[in-house]
Ligand binder design. Structure first.
Ligand code: GRF
Length: 209
């Protein structure tokens, strides 16, 4: 699993796999932020957890310089780090980096599936701060509800094929925090269902002649 923050979705997967509700095992958690609480959650659950930071890569490309080169080297090493545990499925839950082909190509070459949880409906609020943007749009009367999706990861941010979409209502009296809380509750169920769908599709595809 790739995370960057609190790891509440990681926790939902830890709980469901440990309770036998999801027939899978989390083999590695990687965070791009050293202080991500999700690393603590992983370690508490006995799951190997690694901080993979971008800073050393930027330092190697002096002058703050070509960040794309730093990011490509970072992503290539991330792929090596992730593939070392021979995963079948990579779940991105709050991973706040855009994954480049330097990561996606080796992952695809190793026939590993990769999905992402995004707190918006397909094509509505791609990219960062989706919940805040949905809330603002609702306040302006532009939307009546929002939602979340689990989608396959491609280079275009949040544009991959959705595996699962769940609508989430917004109430007139909602604060932003109310909406965030409601979205996270839906996510914690959807992340398990989305992983299950991805694994079942994988088993079916591999089973197919
Ligand atoms: C979730 O809202 C996810 O949709 C977004 O980042 C958040 C991660 O939350 N991409 P957590 O770290 O799993 O609690």
């Amino acid at each position: 699993m790739l995370i960057s923050g609190n790891g509440s979705n990681l926790q939902a997967l830890i709980d469901s796999t440990q309770a036998g509700l999801l027939a899978a095992q989390i083999v590695h958690v990687v965070s791009n932020r050293r202080d991500a609480y999700g690393l603590t959650r992983a370690r508490a659950a006995g799951v190997p957890a690694t901080y993979h930071g971008l800073a050393p890569y930027k330092a190697r490309h002096p002058g703050g310089g070509s960040v794309p080169e730093a990011r490509a080297a970072y992503d290539a090493d991330l792929a090596t780090l992730v593939l070392a545990q021979r995963p079948q499925l990579i779940v991105c839950a709050g991973w706040m980096h855009i994954l480049s082909l330097a990561f996606l190509d080796p992952i695809a070459a190793a026939n590993v599936d990769i999905i992402n949880l995004h707190p918006a409906l397909p094509g509505q609020f791609d990219g960062a701060n989706a919940i805040q943007r949905a809330y603002a749009a609702f306040k302006k009367g532009e939307i009546k509800h929002t939602g979340i999706m689990i989608h396959r990861v491609i280079t275009e941010v949040d544009k991959g094929q959705p595996l699962l979409v769940r609508e989430v209502e917004i109430k007139e009296e909602d604060t932003l925090q109310d909406l965030e809380d409601r979205i996270h509750q839906v996510e914690h169920i959807a992340i398990v269902e989305g992983a299950r769908i991805a694994l079942e599709q994988r088993a079916k595809n591999i089973g197919d002649p």
